[in-house]
Every structure is written in C-alpha cells, then in structure tokens.
Design a protein around this ligand. Sequence first.
Ligand SMILES: Nc1nc2c(ncn2[C@@H]2O[C@H](COP(=O)(O)OP(=O)(O)OP(=O)(O)O)[C@@H](O)[C@H]2O)c(=O)[nH]1
Ligand SMILES: [Mg+2]
Length: 353
Amino acid sequence: MLFQNQSKSNAIKAAQDRIRSNKSTLGNIEKLANEVVGGKVEAIARAITLIESNNIDDRPQAHLLLKQVREKAKNVSSIRIGITGIPGVGKSTFIERFGLDLIKEGFKVAVLAVDPSSQRTGGSILGDKTRMEKLSVNDNAFVRPSPASDALGGVARATMEAILICEAAGYDRIIVETVGVGQSETSVRDMVDVFGLLLIGGAGDEVQGIKRGIVEMADLVVVHKSDGDNVSMCKDTASAYRSSLHLLPKPKGDHTVEVITASSIDGSGHKEFYDLVNGLILEWKSNGFFQIQRASQRIDRMKIHARNLAFENGMNSSGSKSLWSRLSKSVEIGEITAFSAACEWVNSINSSV
Ligand SMILES: Nc1nc2c(ncn2[C@@H]2O[C@H](COP(=O)(O)OP(=O)(O)OP(=O)(O)O)[C@@H](O)[C@H]2O)c(=O)[nH]1
Ligand SMILES: [Mg+2]
C-alpha cells in the first residue's frame, strides 16, 4: 500500500514537472520570438540554431517559434536574392559590396549561406573564409556563414525558415550564397525571388564545373573579376554567354537574362546589377509573377517539410531503424528493389501506428 502511494505521488510529481517544464519552454519560446521580432541579433542567431537542429525533439519548439514569430511580425515585405557560382568565383566578396550598397539605400541586409560541403565534413568551409568583414560588423546587416549539416536535405530546410526569421526581425533584403556545383542551388532557386549566377571570364561551362541546368535557372548572369588584365576577356565571355542564352528556353519570369561584367574590387558593374535586380522585381510585382512565384515556392516548401517530417517520424517509430538498415543491405546487394524496400518500410510504419 505504502509502495502504491509512493509510486502514485512519484507519478504526480513527474506530471507536475512536465507541466512546469512545458510552461517554461512556452515562456522561453515566446521570449525568444519577442526578441527576434525586436531585432536582437543574438536571439536571431539562437532562433536559427534551433531551426537548424537535427534533433527531432527540437521540432515542436521550432514549430512553435516560427508560428509565434509569424503572428508577431505580420506584414513583412522583403526581396530575396540568391547568388551562386563555383568556389572562389567571388560570391562572398560580391555579396559584401552589394550588401553595403543596399544598406546605403536604407535597407537591412541578411546574408545566409548554403554550403553543400558542410554536409560531407560536418563543418563549413564558408565559415573560415567568408570575406564579408565590413558587412558582418555593420549594424544593419546580419551574416550567417555556417549552415546546418544534415543528411536529409536539412540544409535547405533550415535556410528556408532562417529567411523567415530574418524577415520577421526586420531584414528586408535577404541574400543567400550557395556554391554552384551541386544540388543546393536548385533548392536555393526555389527560395529566392531573383537568382544571380557569377562566372569567371574566359573559362567555358565545362571548365567552371557549371551545369547547364544552373545556367538555365539564372535570372541574371555576372562575369565576375572583370578588373585589371581580365577586363577584355570578361567582356568576350559575357558576349559569348549573351548569344548562347538566346538559344535557351525563356526563364520562368519571361524576361531577357542580362549578362554583365563586374568587379568587386573596383566596383564596376555593381550599380548595373543593383538596377537590374530592382527592374526585375518591379516588373514581376506589376505583372503578378512575383506573387505567383512566392505562392508556388510556399507550396513546394510545404511538400518538402511534409516529406522530411514523415520520414523523421517514421525513423522514430519502434523497430523502424533496424528494419531500415536490414532493407538497405538487401537493396545494396540488389536483392530487392529500392521501391519494394521503401514500400515495405512505409507499410511497417503504418501498421505499427
Ligand atoms: N580580381 C578580383 N578578385 C576577386 C574579386 N572578387 C573576389 N576576388 C578574390 O577571389 C577570391 C575568392 O573570393 P570569395 O569571395 O571568397 O569567393 P567565393 O565564391 O565566396 O568562394 P567560396 O565561398 O569558397 O565558394 C578572394 O581571394 C577574393 O579576394 C574581384 O572582383 N576581382
Ligand atoms: Mg564564399
């Protein structure tokens, strides 16, 4: 009897602790959301870390945070710009200059990076050599060089939501840097309004490691490092691209893809780039493409999140990890097809709930 009473009081105490800790979690998240909306830089960084977390237990808090932030910052208006190009083409240097130009015009700038290499190494190469010294110390800029690493496409997932956090915090120009060699730029294309491709003068696509698909996704092309002895070579490369782009299907925005030359050392071409971005946004806002593109991006994001969450939840259900690894082995040696294995795995999850 004594034992029964004791276990009952333990259970009550555990329940009370749970309620207390839930309450404090809710309180903490609300405080964090208020600080984000208030533009507190340290809170923005903490919020993004929570969203980037690979720990499934952090999902409810991340969800709550995004919900609250959205409720608190309703009418945000922003422009999202993606910058891609091979490693070393000068993306960070270009973004620093472009970002400072935007700040001079009165905007607040957030720079986020999607670095596919971090998926392999677990660290960020961008973190070590981000050349945005001026921008990162500017009061009107927020620079986040190091993204999350995640095997489930979480880099993109986190970046999409990090954009929303930055917007709620009052940043009205969002720039996303991505290395243009892998899959990351496809997902970045789907989270920005304008997508700019940086190229090096003189080198053809094969040499630059740029896939044709990436060139096709670009709204603007910049032949970069057009300074010193490189100027005439960059001009030649720009005209070669101008003529070959004519042969590609028109981009989604139904505009002519401009090809310019620029240097982030002497600043040439930067004003042109700035004006071209503004021109596209004005055109797309007036013909409705801006709104249509954003709406379809939101739907795509919902699908990506649903897929990721369903997979994560599946992996969390009992016995599913061991079934996954058993099935993976059979798929590896060609014993069963990937499709059958996936069906078996999903069926086993569905029957266990
Ligand atoms: N001549 C010249 N050099 C440049 C220019 N922009 C950048 N650089 C140099 O190019 C090198 C690479 O610049 P980053 O801005 O780090 O290039 P990135 O594309 O961001 O590189 P990753 O982040 O590693 O992909 C640095 O040494 C820069 O100083 C430019 O306009 N002209
Ligand atoms: Mg860089």
